[in-house]
Design a protein around this ligand. Structure first.
Ligand SMILES: [Zn+2]
Length: 243
């Protein structure tokens, strides 16, 4: 009996930690009309490291640059690891925003691709990513257009997953946004910078947003700080209402 009492206390305490959180100020009148809070965005990263083993260590320990994680890691050979449950908030995005989403970690799934930031992405790795995106968008009901680069939401700090990431191939498989094959001329008075903002880019530093846009939609690391006519055509195609 002397042993039983602490044991019962321990069981009670454990049960307590799993009880639904209820505000003692209010009378609890439960409704069954609810579900788990859901991700509405997927952020793609490149690890910018040399191996899956190195990245698994970084994403699972108190590494020197601070604690980071992601929900998934896709190896160069197409192997797929999950590190954080979908319904939990992984620490992959950091500061930045996309459109009206200001706490990206709370609203997103983070996927790391094993890539050193310079090499092309092997087809087998992209094949696994496409299968994962299909599964996540279907099961979690995430809009298929809502797939962005880490650099898109944090253009002043980040460059990943690099200019070599195959966004066009993703778009052909139905993921993310991509302009028409031959984008038509933007109409006179079209405000391309405003279109960049409408697309979701943070505009605190317009030059950084333009360079992130170039990396994503033109596959170039530019040093531009103004948008040109080709950018305007692409942005017009991306933001005009669907006919
Ligand atoms: Zn990243």
């Amino acid at each position: 009996m002397r042993l039983l009492a602490p044991l019962l206390l321990l069981i009670a305490m454990t049960a307590c930690t799993h009880a639904p959180s209820r505000n003692p100020m209010a009378r609890w009148v439960p409704s069954s009309n609810h579900n788990e809070r859901q991700a509405i965005l997927i952020v793609l990263h490149a690890t910018e490291q040399d191996s899956v083993q190195e990245s698994l260590l970084t994403l699972r320990t108190r590494n020197s640059g601070g604690r980071v994680s992601a929900h998934y890691l896709v190896g160069r050979g197409g192997e797929l690891y999950q590190l954080v449950a979908d319904e939990r908030r992984a620490w992959h995005a950091g500061g930045g925003r996309w459109g009206t989403i200001t706490d990206v970690n709370s609203a997103s799934i983070g996927i790391e691709l094993d890539n050193n930031g310079e090499d092309p992405f092997p087809p087998v790795q992209i094949a696994t990513l496409l299968r994962l995106l299909d599964e996540l968008c279907t099961r979690l009901d995430i809009p298929r257009t809502q797939i962005i680069a880490h650099a898109d939401m944090a253009p002043t700090r980040k460059r990943d997953p690099s200019r070599l990431f195959p966004w066009k191939q993703l778009a052909e498989a139905g993921f993310g946004r991509w302009p028409d094959v031959v984008p038509s001329e933007a109409p006179a008075g079209f405000d391309a910078l405003q279109a960049l903002r409408v697309l979701g880019y943070p505009m605190d530093d317009p030059g950084a947003a333009i360079r992130a846009f170039h990396r994503h939609f033109r596959g170039i690391d530019s040093e531009a700080d103004v948008l040109d006519a080709e950018d305007a055509r692409i942005l017009f195609s991306l933001t005009r209402p669907v006919r």
